[in-house]
Each structure stands twice: as C-alpha cells, then as structure tokens.
Design a binder for this molecule. Structure first.
Ligand code: ARG
Length: 400
C-alpha cells in the first residue's frame, strides 16, 4: 500500500529541503514539494531538482505571480499597507496565497496532511497554520521545523549525510524571502541591531550614493486605485511592479532597516528591499490625498493601519479583513489620475499629481486673482468653531 501523502510548502531553502527526508523518515509520509512562485524566483528548475534530489515523490512549481499581484498585493496597495509605517508586508502577503495553492493541491491529490518549514520564532508559522486551517479545517497541519530541535549547523549536517545539495554557504549567510512585492533579509550579521547592513545583502537596489547624478521623473497612472501605466505605457500589474522596482532600485530607493514587533512577542531587526512597493504606495496615497475628502482620508487611514496589522498578524482570511477590503474598494472609485515621482540618490518624492476627480480647486486655494473663497465667512466660522474652547477658558478663569 502506498504511503499517505504530505504536501510541503517548499521554498528551496535549507529548512524546507531538509524537511523532505525528515517528514518521510519521522512520520512516514511521502512528500510532494510545492513551490509557489509569487515572483522574483530565480532558477526554478534547479529548485525542483533539489526537492526531487532530497527525496520528494513529486515536485510541483506553481506560477502564481498574477494571482498574487491581483488578489493579494493589489488589496494591500489600495490600503497603502505598511506595517509599523515601514514594512510593505512582502512575506506576510504571500503566506495566504501559498496556503491556498497548497490546500488546492492537497485536494487535487487527495492528501490529508500539509506542512510548512517555519521555525517557532517567526510570524510565518502563524500565517501558514491559520491560513491552512481557515481554508480546510479538516486538514492536518505540520510544522516539523518547530520541533526537530536541530540548529543550523545540525541541519547542514543532516542534509550533507543525505547528499542534499543545500543553498546555504558562507557567502550567503542570510535568510531571505522574496516575491514580486520585495525582499526580506534576516539573520547572520544583521542580528546586531547596531551594525550597518553589509552591501552584499542587497540585490535590487544600488547604494544610494551610486545612483545616477541626474534625478529621474516617472509618471504613474492609476485607474480606480489600480496602477495601470508607467510614463504612459500601459502594462499588466506584474510588469508594472517590476518596472517600478527597476527604476526605483537604480536610484537606490527602497531600503528599509527597522526594529519590528513580531506577533510572537519579540523585537527583531529586519532589512527589506522594497523599491517598487514603497514608490507605488507613496504615489497611490498622494493621489488619494487629491481626490478624497478629509473625513474619508482620516477614516481610511485608520482602516489602512488596521489592515496592515491584520495582514501581518495572520488574519487575511477573516470576516473583518473581508469587510475592510470591501470598504477600501468602495473608496477607490475616485482614485484615478497621474502622479509624478522623482527619484534621486536614494530618495523618491512626489512632485506632481492630477486627476479628473480632483477635489483641489484652484479658485478656492489661490492667493492670486480669481479667488472665489468666501473671506467674510471665515470670521463667523472661527467665532463658532472656537466657542466651546472659549467658554471652557472663561470658566477656568472665573469669567462665566
Ligand atoms: N519579518 C517579516 C514578516 O514577518 C519577514 C519574514 C520573512 N520570512 C522568512 N521566512 N524569511 O513578515
């Protein structure tokens, strides 16, 4: 009788490569390794071979870049989501997508067990475990890397003893997760929060000082919140993000070095390389400032923050997240227009914006001729606006 199947969310990295034989040897399951490509994956064929070499009964590569862009990155962009105002949720966004693809394949192949390679100290285990459970509450979820009790060296030995060719070398000392929305870089020397990040940690951005000596302007066009063109050239979302990544990266924009509060209670030093993501969020937010009322902007900014926390905190598949996404979608109907960005030596600034739905009315804002603002109304408005404060001040000063 054939063994039961376990579908493993495979990244090609050290831990998930070691997991292939580990799951077989420890639990007796045949392992199907599934690599969900959410973008920026290099040498997929090599990763597939690595999984098969490690003993997987099958290795499947799923190209999910478009789905990732449309169903995960876009809702995040519409909500301008930055965790703790800095991190565009690169890894956090891909986990629910990967979980979905793994569960789909488990159903297709009749597997009752799924596994991920997360350790016990990170956020990703929470995201995988909960996403799997939401998508199929009957599935058995395993995270053996939380329990196997091996440190990095021991995992390397474990792999060496089985002739598994693993990617970790002295030259590549970091733990990296990457997708269309950016790169996350952890471990090694980066754990010293005071130490500067070695230049070699970055692959998508030049050092800001090495950026071109001339600034570069780029116009991003949005239709109902969705970025659709760069410098007038229409392109699908995956390509557009890629194009923005390249432009911003060339100018050294998009490096983040932050102390982050993990869901599991620890603070960690995190490095992110997110040129396109940060530029697009900046442009999108600026266009919102032009077309939304103050009330809506204030309210939405609270929703945006909550959404960022929810994505980070493994709550993508939750009724509240669904409701917040519906709210955000409703707000995007006016968010069409162009934003002009300028990149220069590690900076990105908005230097112009326009929209057919603009609420910026020059005749109301101008200090020059053609002013239509009601100056007389200002005096009466201020009288009443300040009235409650004045009454309170009178009371405090014994004047009532
Ligand atoms: N700190 C980030 C997050 O929690 C990045 C995690 C990267 N994950 C990884 N397995 N390397 O979203």
């Amino acid at each position: 009788m054939a063994s039961e199947l376990c579908i493993l969310a495979y990244s090609g990295g050290l831990d998930t490569s070691a997991l292939v034989p580990y799951i077989k040897e420890t639990y007796g399951y045949d392992v199907i390794a599934v690599l969900v490509d959410a973008g920026r994956n290099r040498n997929l064929a090599e990763l597939k071979q690595r999984a098969l070499g490690a003993g997987a009964v099958d290795a499947v590569i799923i190209d999910a870049r478009e789905e990732f862009a449309r169903d995960f990155v876009l809702p995040a962009l519409l909500a301008n989501t930055l965790y703790e105002d800095k991190y565009p949720l690169v890894a956090a966004l891909s986990r629910p997508l990967i979980a979905k693809k793994i569960i789909d394949l488990a159903h297709e192949r009749g597997a009752k067990v799924v596994a991920h390679g997360c350790t016990a100290k990170g956020n990703d285990q929470v995201r995988f475990d909960i996403s799997f459970r939401c998508l199929d509450p009957t599935i058995r979820v395993m995270g053996p890397a939380r329990e196997w009790g091996m440190n990095r060296e021991e995992i390397l030995d474990y792999c060496a003893a089985r002739n598994i060719n693993v990617p970790l070398t002295k030259k590549n000392p970091y733990s990296v997760d990457e997708n269309l929305w950016g790169r996350t870089i952890e471990c090694g020397e980066l754990e010293d929060a005071w130490a500067p990040v070695p230049e070699g940690a970055f692959t998508e951005t030049v050092n800001p000082k090495d950026g071109p000596d001339e600034p570069q302007e780029v116009v991003v066009t949005f239709e109902m919140g969705v970025p659709v063109a760069v410098d007038g050239v229409k392109m699908p979302l995956v390509e557009l993000i890629d194009a923005m990544d390249k432009i911003a990266g060339k100018h050294g924009y998009g490096r983040v070095d932050m102390i982050e509060n993990r869901l599991v209670g620890i603070k960690s030093r995190e490095i992110y390389e997110v040129p396109g993501a940060l530029a697009l969020i900046m442009a999108h937010k600026d266009l919102e400032d032009l077309v939304m009322t103050r009330d809506l902007l204030r309210y939405k900014s609270g929703v945006d923050t909550r959404m960022a926390d929810m994505i980070y905190d493994a709550q993508w598949f939750s009724p509240l997240a669904d409701a917040l996404r519906a709210f955000v979608n409703e707000t995007q109907k006016w968010v069409s227009g162009d934003v002009r960005l300028s990149f220069f030596k590690g900076n990105c600034t908005v230097v112009g914006r326009r929209s057919p739905n603009s609420l910026y009315v020059e005749s109301l804002a101008t200090y020059a001729t053609g002013d239509e603002f009601s100056h007389e109304s200002a005096v009466g408005f201020i009288q009443l606006w300040g009235l409650p404060m004045e009454v309170a001040a009178r009371r405090a000063q014994g004047l009532l």
